[in-house]
Design a protein around this ligand. Structure first.
Ligand code: MF3
Ligand code: CO
Ligand code: CO
Length: 273
């Protein structure tokens, strides 16, 4: 049985295992930080092109985050030393920015999490680098659809399993593999909190969705098998079969009637096509 706790104070919060239910002031905090993260992803649209390195992308993310008065949440998070994750082609997630040069036809996911006034805004998009083959574009498109179908299920009265189920059905309809080893997460003053948000599941299972919950949905979808391998750097997660992998992520808050997407692009740049 899931437990829930109402969050009324503005202080430090602990990882209690309970699902936190936040108030209006918290929604305002998440709205502000979510917008910053989304605007950073917006700003990357014109700069992600053949020839740029992932550490140049990281430098831009760090600069824009600090200019917005926020802090990159991944900087020194559990030993990660960069301001975003950059995951190219068969890299599923947690790619480490470095000297690697993006080339025409690549797909690259950039995952940005900002902290403002203690609140976390976590989002990612998969970008197309120049001209991209139809097979890869289709994966990116379907992965975006998976995220949005999951978000449609994020409303009071539904269960977390409804979100996972919607994502899984859509991905598997296209014969893609849904990555099981990573999930979305509760978020707020903590970067990663309860509940785990699975991207697969059965309708009506898992915790009931209630107004005031904050969590991410971030499906990782592989063209091939869903199995993951983490490289020796301890971070980079690749598709075991080295098939292409795409991901999209939003941070949302559950309202009385549905949800608010805190990390929505005000410029309509959420999808790269
Ligand atoms: N932003 C990622 C997420 O969606 C977490 C990245 S943690 C890092 O949860 F250390 F790899 F950066
Ligand atoms: Co996340
Ligand atoms: Co993220």
């Amino acid at each position: 049985m899931a437990q829930y706790e109402f969050i009324t104070d503005e202080g430090k919060q602990s990882r209690s295992g309970a699902i936190k239910l936040y108030n209006a002031a918290a929604f305002e905090g998440m709205r502000k930080v979510g917008r910053i993260s989304a605007e950073i992803l917006d700003a990357l649209v014109p700069v992600i092109a053949p020839g740029i390195t992932t550490e140049e992308i990281d430098d831009i993310v760090r600069r824009l985050t600090l200019e917005a008065g926020a802090i990159p949440a991944t900087l020194n998070y559990r030993g990660f030393t960069h301001s975003c994750c950059t995951s190219i082609n068969h890299v599923i997630c947690h790619g480490i920015p470095g000297p690697k040069v993006l080339k025409e036809g690549d797909i690259v996911n950039v995952d940005v999490t900002s902290i403002l006034d203690g609140w976390h805004g976590d989002c990612n998009r998969t970008y197309l680098v120049g001209d991209v083959a139809i097979k890869a574009r289709r994966l990116v498109e379907v992965t975006y659809e998976c995220l949005m179908l999951g978000i449609e299920q994020a409303k009071p009265g539904n269960h977390m399993g409804d979100i996972g189920h919607a994502i899984q059905v859509h991905a598997e309809k296209h014969r893609y593999g849904v990555v099981r080893d990573f999930c979305g997460h509760g978020i707020g003053r903590l970067f990663h909190d309860a509940p785990e948000v699975l991207h697969f599941g059965r309708p009506g299972t898992g915790p009931e969705i209630k107004p005031g919950m904050f969590f991410t949905i971030e499906p990782m979808i592989n063209i091939g098998r869903p199995e993951v391998k983490v490289l020796d750097d301890g971070w980079t997660a690749v598709a075991r079969d080295r098939s292409l992998s795409a991901q999209f992520e939003h941070t949302i808050g559950i309202t009385d009637t549905g949800c608010e997407i805190f990390t929505k692009s005000l410029k309509g740049l959420d999808r790269p096509f």
